[in-house]
Design a protein around this ligand. Structure first.
Ligand SMILES: Nc1ncnc2c1ncn2[C@@H]1O[C@H](COP(=O)(O)OP(=O)(O)OP(=O)(O)O)[C@@H](O)[C@H]1O
Length: 244
């Protein structure tokens, strides 16, 4: 499979706190990568460096043959449209109904006509199981439903890759499953996904690679079978003994 993202010598510091330390990795098209690891190990910072929401202190992120750390703001924004992102908090616009939340970004960049945008938004709502909620406002939806709208909104830009930053961490337990189901379906449809998660069940079942991050490095990576059944490093073993 072709490389979609190349991460070269990536480092990130906040003041004296070096959070990411010389990360070199490749994301191939169609991969579903779950990034797991202890709290504070740098997982979210790593994900945010991939679309340069956090500017790396050093190194390169190559996406579509361009180094995102070294291009104009306009070029970066254009490429960011190709990287959908879903956060822990859903960040929907409260004063817009669900349909308009989904249509907003594609209409802004004039990607396709209003009619086509509306059609696509309805299709996406169908895909995330919310076909009947188009006219609702976010406040009338549950957290799980809002997060599914946020996923549909990210998909509306036809991204090449989807980045998920702990998408179920802010949800009540009974709503986690419905969001993970939508993500699983998306993975099965062939979408390239990088998912920072504490949901080990999801990582086991859906990921084709698990990246174990600890102290700012990807310390270990492998298929879920390799990693969960036979972790190699002491730190991974310790981590798994606490979370499984
Ligand atoms: N904007 C920031 N300014 C300063 N320090 C930050 C900032 N963002 C993250 N950090 C620090 O970077 C380190 C890694 O944080 P990060 O959120 O990436 O970890 P994480 O592995 O995602 O943790 P968790 O699983 O708890 O979400 C922490 O020490 C955190 O305090």
């Amino acid at each position: 499979m072709p490389n979609l993202i190349e991460i070269k010598n990536l480092e990130k510091s906040f003041g004296k706190n070096q959070v990411l330390k010389n990360i070199n990795e490749v994301v191939e098209k169609g991969q579903v990568i779950c990034v797991i690891g202890p709290s504070g190990s740098g997982k979210s910072t790593f994900l945010r460096c991939l679309n340069v929401l956090e500017k790396p202190t050093k190194g390169q992120v190559i996406f579509e043959n361009q180094d995102l750390t070294n291009i104009s703001e306009t070029a970066l924004n254009k490429l960011r449209e190709r990287m959908g992102m879903v956060f822990q908090s859903f960040n929907l616009f409260p004063n817009m109904n669900v349909l308009n939340n989904i249509k907003l970004a594609p209409l802004k960049v004039k990607m396709i006509s209003e009619i086509e945008t509306t059609k696509k938004a309805h299709e996406l709502l169908e895909q995330v199981g919310l076909a009947d909620k188009a006219e609702q406002f976010p406040a009338n939806l549950s957290g799980g439903q809002q997060q599914r709208v946020a996923i549909a909104r990210a998909l509306a830009m036809n991204p090449e890759v989807m980045l998920f930053d702990e998408p179920t961490s802010a949800l009540d337990p009974e709503m986690v499953g419905e969001v993970l189901k939508v993500m699983k379906d998306l993975a099965e449809s062939g979408m390239t996904m990088i998912v920072v998660t504490h949901e080990m069940g999801f990582a086991k079942e859906v990921a084709n690679q698990v990246w174990f991050m600890d102290e700012g490095f990807i310390q270990e990576k492998g298929s879920p079978n390799e990693f969960f059944v036979n972790p190699k490093t002491k730190r991974a073993k310790e981590f798994l003994s606490k979370v499984l």
